[in-house]
Design a protein around this ligand. Structure first.
Ligand code: ATP
Ligand code: MG
Length: 346
């Protein structure tokens, strides 16, 4: 069985990082029929772990994230899209898994460490936030998912889940399935940097190009992008490493884009070589990136606008998805409790 599960926190609309890091892959798997089931989770409960005082933000973004999914091609007839908080079985699973993980193991989790730093929690980390890798293990194992398409930042989470699965199965009985992360084939897509050049495009950092951005927003953002600060004059040799404009081009540019928008180069390799040797200006490169992103995002934005006209329908899909996801999670929880010997009345 090939079971795919992934999720996104409804802390904002989805951006290019989500798109190349995970969303595109989910749609590909869905369209190829390369799996037995696909679950796509809107992780509102997880989003609340660092937004307890901002429930409104999380609630509003559930609809936004759902629109992003369906606009990108997630098809509710083929994938089960659901809202995490509507599946109480996930909390129960987390509660039992908490006994299988040590505090020091969580403290060592590099993603948690980094996110605590980014959010400026210092000594006041909410317990829920600290333990979110455990709840993520519950999300994945509840569906017995073995394929989890994610960006690189999620690797420590998948490793944590694998450990919980092994501990559970060894302590009780072989019930849970070890998941594998599925990273994008193109390395630059596994951690797309922000337009400010910071390590990761992230909703919480405000350095994103959103899938729903208007054509004007995209143009403005591309213009403002960080490039190579040492590339001062046109004839200077430029650096393409750590240069987000080139990183984005690496993620998005195809040969046909050159034919359409910048025919003096055949492909990305030629453009890159020219920039590195000097004589190619940032304005021209940014114009190409803008053209490519406009072409890629236009159909998504238009479909999104169309779908947004009927939010009742969107929430009906989420309700149905949540109901059917809940049945699966309840089945796993029952197996878990039986394995633990606490299914007393069964
Ligand atoms: P937040 O800042 O609230 O954590 P986020 O932008 O990090 O939001 P998540 O919802 O945490 O987004 O991540 C959802 C999925 O998208 C994960 O699989 C994650 O690996 C992937 N992802 C997020 N940002 C990027 C990025 N910049 N590059 C590649 N993948 C990404
Ligand atoms: Mg994140």
């Amino acid at each position: 069985m090939k079971i795919v599960l992934t999720g996104d926190r409804p802390t904002g609309r989805l951006h290019l990082g989500h798109y190349v890091g995970s969303l595109k892959r989910r749609v590909e798997i869905q369209e190829k029929g390369a799996s037995d089931a696909i679950y796509v989770m809107i992780a509102d409960a997880q989003a609340l772990t660092d937004n307890a005082d901002n429930v409104d933000k999380v609630r509003t973004n559930i609809g936004e994230v759902a629109l992003d999914y369906f606009a990108c091609g997630i098809n509710p007839l083929k994938s089960t899209v659901f809202i995490q908080s509507q599946i109480p079985e996930l909390c129960e699973l987390s509660f039992y898994y908490m006994n299988l993980v040590t505090v020091s193991r969580l403290q060592r989790n590099p993603t948690v460490k980094n996110e605590i730093k980014l959010r400026g929690f210092k000594q006041s980390v909410p317990v829920g936030f600290f333990t979110y890798p455990i709840s993520q293990a519950a999300d994945i194992t509840a569906f017995k998912a073995n394929i989890v398409p994610v960006g690189e930042d999620q690797l420590p989470m998948i490793e944590q889940t694998r450990e919980i699965v092994r501990t559970f199965n060894a302590t009780y009985r072989e019930v849970l399935v070890e998941p594998n992360a599925l990273l994008p084939e193109n390395e630059t897509c596994a951690r797309l940097p922000g337009i400010d050049g910071s390590a990761k495009m992230s909703k919480s950092l405000g350095n994103c190009i959103y899938l729903s951005d208007t054509s004007n927003d995209i143009a403005k953002k591309v213009k403002s992008m960080f490039t190579d600060p040492t590339h001062l004059r046109l004839e200077d040799a430029g650096h393409t490493e750590n240069n987000p404009v080139f990183i984005y081009l690496g993620a998005f540019a195809k040969d046909e884009h050159f034919k359409a928008f910048l025919p003096e180069y055949q492909n990305f390799g030629e453009l890159k070589a020219h920039y590195e040797r000097g004589g190619l200006g940032d304005v021209k490169v940014k114009k190409l990136l803008n053209d490519i992103l406009q072409a890629e995002l236009k159909p998504i934005r238009e479909k999104r606008e169309e779908l947004a006209k009927d939010m009742t329908h969107i929430f009906e899909i989420l309700k149905k998805g949540s109901e059917s996801a809940r049945e699966v999670a309840a089945q796993t929880l029952s197996e878990v409790k039986t394995a633990m010997g606490i299914n007393y009345f069964k």
